[in-house]
Write a protein that binds this ligand. Structure first.
Ligand code: NAD
Length: 312
């Protein structure tokens, strides 16, 4: 199959591209390299450095004629979305709309959208949160991702474009950008390795549901062959992990003893979240496999190696 991956130079997208190529698919990547890195793009993929908002995107769809689009390109930081809501709006709404128009005009059969279970539901009324939980985003990022979901519904109803929505929890693993605002495991690992003192925003009791990137890729592969349309699936363990626990797990894995600084909680951030992923388990048999200790060990090993090679 020919699959176009937007954001394929980024953290999750680049792992997906590797797996798709390994499985024998033809892969086209679109990324503006604002956060992604060209070194992470598989050399067997066709790469276009382009912004998803660019009107020339249509030319790529016309030439490449992908059957499936996996839409991972995004402004993906809650904090940045609160600091610059217009940028988030532009990339996550206008950019997504541009992708959908290309899908409609150039015969794409199906789109898979990476949404966020960590931000669309808002502060949970119950934990773990399943897909029926009310949608009340607390951040501009969460709201705009939800807009993306609704665009998919509309394009399916009106133009027959098939879709699947994956609502990820907090994804972590190698290649996550440690210089960004999101991805606390990457950020803390890198800072502790460099001898810096990380800041925990809040009192350390905020909770998140951490999912290793390989588990996310498995779910992406499963839904590509899934013939039911319009499904929304949470991906997560359903387990709440506090910021303190994450910090101490990374510290332990690195064998360092640095104490964190505590700063004030940032706008848009939830106090608690964990996702119930029973629906995708029932429909597709997916469940996460990589436990936190193993995932953190793999992740810190990666950042150690990168630092030893002086790579960002
Ligand atoms: P990432 O920042 O590593 O990847 C996003 C990629 O998109 C980057 O390579 C970036 O260069 C590219 N990009 C950004 N704006 C672009 C634009 N205007 N045009 C073209 N390319 C652009 O982030 P990630 O963590 O790999 O996230 C991938 C997707 O998964 C995003 O849609 C994000 O919202 C979603 N998601 C991620 C998480 C997580 O925990 N990492 C959780 C929920 C949802």
């Amino acid at each position: 199959m020919k699959i176009l991956v937007t954001g394929g130079a980024g953290f999750i997208g680049s792992h997906l591209v590797d797996r798709l190529i390994n499985d024998g698919h033809t892969v086209v990547v679109i990324d503006n390299l604002s956060l992604g890195r060209i070194e992470h793009v598989n050399s067997k993929a066709v790469f276009y450095k382009m912004d998803i908002r660019d009107e020339k995107l249509a030319q790529i769809f016309k030439e490449e004629q992908p059957e499936i689009v996996s839409h991972h390109a995004a402004q993906a930081s809650v904090t940045k979305s609160m600091e610059n809501p217009f940028l988030d709006n532009d990339v996550n709404i206008r950019g997504t709309l541009n992708i959908l128009e290309c899908c409609r005009n150039y015969g794409v059969k199906k789109i898979i959208f990476s949404s966020t279970g960590g931000a669309v539901y808002g502060e949970p009324q119950r934990i773990p949160v399943n897909e029926q939980h009310p949608i009340n985003p607390l951040s501009i990022y969460g709201l705009h991702k939800y807009f993306g979901e609704k665009y998919l519904y509309l394009y399916n109803e009106n133009y027959g474009l098939q879709y699947i929505i994956l609502r990820y929890s907090n994804v972590y693993g190698p290649r996550q950008n440690p210089n960004g605002e999101a991805g606390v495991i990457a950020i803390f690992s890198r800072q502790l390795l460099q001898g810096a003192t990380p800041t925990i925003f809040g009192d350390g009791n905020k909770t998140r549901d951490y999912l290793y990137v390989d588990d996310v890729i498995e779910a992406n592969l499963l839904v590509m062959d899934f013939n039911k349309n319009g499904r929304i699936f949470n991906l997560g363990w359903g387990l709440e992990i506090t910021d303190k626990k994450i910090y101490y797990s990374i510290k332990e894995a690195l064998g360092v003893n640095t104490k964190p600084i505590y700063g004030s909680k940032r706008p848009g951030e939830l106090d608690r979240i964990a996702l119930d992923a029973m629906y995708i388990k029932k429909e597709l048999g997916w469940q996460p496999k990589v436990i936190l200790k193993e995932g953190i060990a793999k992740t810190v090993a990666y950042y150690k190696k990168m630092l030893s090679k002086n790579e960002p």
